[in-house]
Design a protein around this ligand. Structure first.
Ligand SMILES: Cc1ncc(COP(=O)(O)O)c(C=O)c1O
Length: 363
């Protein structure tokens, strides 16, 4: 049987998501567990979005609009681009995979940060390309070093901005200098899954910076600020040529009707977005202050999670938090031993984490 599978597939490891709440409750016989491990929006989608999904349920017997026409046009209007500059994906995860399928080949190099989002490196492996890992500098993507890492074999660079698991952000000015240094023969992918959570003043120009350059792709998702993670919907913004490559390799019905209607509705709901942002900003401060009290280093975050350096192996702390019904992300598997990553929850969830964390760390 081993001869059937491609050798590179044998090198891959299945993605290991955070433990589901139901599993923790079953394993430890507890109730009311909370999950702060997958950077979801703790408030869930806006009520109007849920209503739109309900109204569309009778349509699920029919195939979705494979071109996602209405959503694509709504997004095009929102971003001031042409609809053929957008590819709609089954989450931005799918778009990362499609970029790999379309562009990476044997011997090509994919330049990524180290550590970074776990879904980038497998695209290199799967397509027999090589992942060139550039260490973060003080938890921030070292975009100068990433530009220096470009060789004649480089095909693609992926920068998660804000970064995951670090939560740090590279400002527009530094991104612009970086893009100026990367040759057009290399595709630069800016994965902006947490874009909306950034409040750094040097933010908000990435579309203007990117879309004038033929070799830049922006990825966005409805999974985070819009709380549609279970519906799997994200999109890329790029020029027509790159978008066309993605359209050629995506499945014909890669995104579903419920996701289309939910995403369109979510785009209109600014109140829910504002509420989420305010709670997130406050929650980041709650975590930072708790870490300062507890002698834990909190990495300054521009996302909806905070990375914490415990200065000692994180497994005992992670396990003790589980016992208290709080699921966070243990970061050794993400390349950061001694760290946990904690999603900003509702105000009540943030307090619950802080209380449990203080109890666990108490001597
Ligand atoms: C940096 C980054 N990119 C992409 C994704 C995937 O998001 P989606 O749910 O749109 O597939 C995530 C999810 O956590 C992420 O952290």
């Amino acid at each position: 049987m081993r001869g059937i599978v491609k050798p590179q597939v044998m090198c891959l490891r299945p993605y290991s998501p955070g433990m589901p709440v139901a599993e923790l409750e079953r394993l430890h016989g507890i109730k009311n567990a909370i999950k702060l491990a997958s950077n979801e929006n703790p408030f869930g989608p806006a009520p109007a979005v849920v209503e739109a999904i309900r109204a569309a349920v009778p349509d699920i017997g029919f195939y979705p609009d494979g071109a996602a026409h209405d959503l694509r046009h709504a997004l095009a209007a929102r971003h001031g681009v042409s609809p053929d500059q957008l590819c709609i994906g089954n989450g931005s995860d799918e778009l990362i995979q499609l970029l790999g399928i379309a562009c990476l080949d044997a011997g090509d190099e994919l330049v990524i940060g180290d550590p970074t989002f776990a879904r980038y490196e497998p695209q290199a492996t799967l397509n027999r390309a090589v992942a060139v890992k550039v260490p973060l500098r003080d938890y921030v993507h070292d975009v100068d070093a990433m530009a220096d890492a470009v060789t004649p074999r480089s095909k693609m660079i992926i920068v998660a901005n804000p970064a995951n698991p670090a939560g740090t952000y590279v400002g527009d000015a530094a991104i612009e200098r970086f893009l100026d240094r990367v040759p057009e023969s290399v595709l630069v992918v800016l994965d902006e899954a947490y874009y909306e959570f950034v409040d750094d003043p040097d933010h908000g120009r990435s579309e203007a910076l990117c879309l004038v350059r033929p070799n830049v792709v922006i990825l966005r998702t409805f999974s985070k600020i819009h709380a549609l993670a279970a519906l799997r919907i994200g999109y890329s913004l790029a020029n027509r040529t790159v978008t066309d490559w993605l359209e050629k390799v995506r499945e014909p019905f890669n995104t579903g009707t419920l996701a289309h209607v939910a995403a369109r509705k979510a785009l209109q709901d600014e109140t829910h977005v504002r509420r989420t942002l305010e709670a997130n900003r406050a929650g980041r401060i709650v975590y930072a202050e708790a870490c300062a009290r507890l002698g834990v280093k909190a990495v300054p975050s521009q996302a909806n999670f905070v990375l914490m350096d415990l200065g000692r192996p994180e497994q005992p702390v992670y396990q003790a938090l589980l016992q208290k019904g709080v699921i966070v992300r243990a970061c050794t598997p993400l390349g950061l031993p001694n760290h946990i990553r904690v999603t900003v929850g509702t105000p009540e969830q943030c307090e619950r984490f802080v209380t449990a964390f203080a109890e666990v760390l108490a001597p």
